[in-house]
Ligand binder design. Sequence first.
Ligand code: F58
Length: 822
Amino acid sequence: MTTVLPELGRDLADPEVFKREFLEELRFGQGVVRERATSNDLFMALGRTVRQALMARWIDTLDHQMAAEAKFVAYLSAEFLLGRQLDNALLAADLEQTARQALAELGIDIDQLKGAEVEPGLGNGGLGRLAACYMDSLATMAIPAVGYGIRYEYGIFRQEFLEGRQKERPDTWLTLGNPWEFPHPEMAKTVGFGGHVEAAAGDSGTQRRRWVPATEVLGVPYNYMVPGYRCGTVNTLRLWSAQAPQGFDLKIFNTGDYDRAVKAQNEAENITKVLYPEDSTPQGKRLRLQQQYFFVACSIRDFFDLLPHDTAMQRLPERVVFQLNDTHPVIGIPEFMRILIDEKGLEWEEAWEITQRCFAYTCHTLLPEALEVWPVSLLESMLPRHMELIYEINDWFLRELREAYPGDEPRIRRMSIIQESPERSVRMAYLATVAASRVNGVAELHSQLLREKVLRDFAEHRPDKFTNVTNGVTPRRFVRLANPGLSALVTERIGDGWLTDLEQLRNLEPYADDADFRAAFAQVKRANKVRAVEMLARRDGLTISPDTMFDVMVKRLHEYKRQTLKLLHIVSVHQRVRSGELDPGTLVPRTVLFGAKAAPGYRTAKEIIALINAVAAEVNNDPAVQGRLVVGFPANYNVTLAETLIPAADLSEQISLAGKEASGTGNMKFALNGALTVGTLDGANVEILELVGSENFFLFGLNEAQVVQTQEQGYRPGSYYESDPRLRQAIDSIASGQYSGGDTAAFGQIVDVLLNSDPFLALADFGSYLDAQERAEAAYQDGEAWTRSAILNVARCGFFSSDRSIKDYLDRIWHATPIPVR
Ligand code: F58
């Protein structure tokens, strides 16, 4: 039977057809008439109309991929920070103009509807957004891929400020309905927890083990389309939602004990209730591990179900590679082994060999405290069979090590997957490293530090496993959609090939010396600033002038990222103006914009947020710097806000302590949108600097080796405080209550940490940072030269496309090939 959908898909490009389908969706999909439709009704109908255009391709894609017996990339990630979907779907389906025209003819403002979409915030930051960029690139490059994750009922919290302090509100992203998801309850998977392991007889009398779980939970898949950019491929993102197998207990309910009747149901549903619940409590830890096992078990089962049932297990590596996005899905390794051994009846060696070939691991951090460990006691009670398998994996591994390093017990203890103190625990990063065929860091420097420090013993043992894939970002969302002005300008000069081959931006280089082009480029930047100013006025009540330098620092709040260093710069300028040292007339008028969420349980980070808001309040109300220095801190930084702020930025703040930021991806987005970076030699900054050239980048600070040296020599922040009057003045002004209405205790903790330990060397880098800021200011004064540098940043950063990253993953790790659909 032929489906009518392909026809429909083609016809939708005709505004008349689009209009008709939209009205049908409104009437028959949403069930309302035009006159009484709310903006949400209109948004839902529009979303449904656009997805019609992608539906036929979606179905065809899987058909083609299965028919080709293709190898799939299964991207296992606890987070996918998608951002709004409508604009991206319109772009992918090439329906932007049609939809705009069709809706305009109906008297509907499409931009208003776009603004009504609540973004799915199913991630914390860089790691989750990277997963979303990679899904976009995989589809655009026609690679058979499935994203597997969790459909959190509540995503990343909504941030509000109450008297300058962060308050977290639940992210109710699903309350108004969601046109992008397709639930498939009939395809639910069963996941076990707890219970015990028993001996079972295998074929030919062998001893086998069998897990008998105590409880079961259902995983219901919700499918999301991942449309490639103007190609036939629409891949799938499959997010799992937890449900109780039996719903509630009707018998207990009828006795009137309503709470107990829904207890099992609540317990099951809690698993996917919220993104990264607090894990400072034992219950929180448990829940987090439950989430991890839940989504990974569903995903692996799903993949087995997808394959033809006669697929030989030995051929699995030809059909799938599971990419572990950090350690969160690493429990998938023993799960996979369990299926191969306990269910499929494979012997250990064979199962292990297949598992290794089917898994690869990406590490996203350098902070030792961020490497997950799970107490053995917790694993034993929640996943007893998995714990047995982990022990066995470790046994085999330690045997291998004893052979390779006879007598070197310290080394063997260091490398054991099990750590003994302070509590017997499983080191998930080690388990991943031992099992995976490849281990990659996310920027050159990061991969080097992984090899030399974090995973040094492992890299010495198996150097062949270690590789690098520098992160990238999708140019579709972060240039084409976020910066339509720049996109049009670029396309006008070099054609639109850059959208899928970002290195073509190189062709812009000659235009850096073309005065007309520079004028047009500067005009785009100004328009983006005006757009940001309007949005921040509406959204946050901020008053900002577009005729100031936009100095932007947006990222999660973390001490290692050093928002405090940026603050010290602001405070220093403010204080020097107040004391008469600095003539405000000589300052380049500057608007500093922050955006940052702090983890709800991270006290220091929340204090820093309060300090930023306190400094902003003082500075913005001080006539001494009026119009010359403004600080804005819009609440609830998210993908949507990023899409407006990044294209408006002149200066990009990438100022983490060298050796701490694995890569960063915001840094790439800024450079690609024509902001100049002030940054340290950290993460992918190193590669940005190399590409754009030091004359187009404001480098400052200690490098990683110097950081280590400084610390080894016994770092004393006090000595910097004592020897730099600007630093003293800045810190003293905070300590003396100038930003807290005279309350000297208000920010005492921050001051105390800075002066006494300063673990991220803000004081050591302060002087060099101020110099870099002065260089930036001087450079900004020459508008033509600045614009030239900005253009060169754009032209030279094509490397940072996530398409290039995916190509690297394909060549170095996955070895999957494209299956174009049409
Ligand atoms: C980030 N990690 C790195 N983790 O910090 C950043 O340098 C890198 O560019 C990015 O990954 C992508 O590789 C990150 O975002 C998290 O968000 C954790 C998720 C789990 C909870 C704790 C934070």
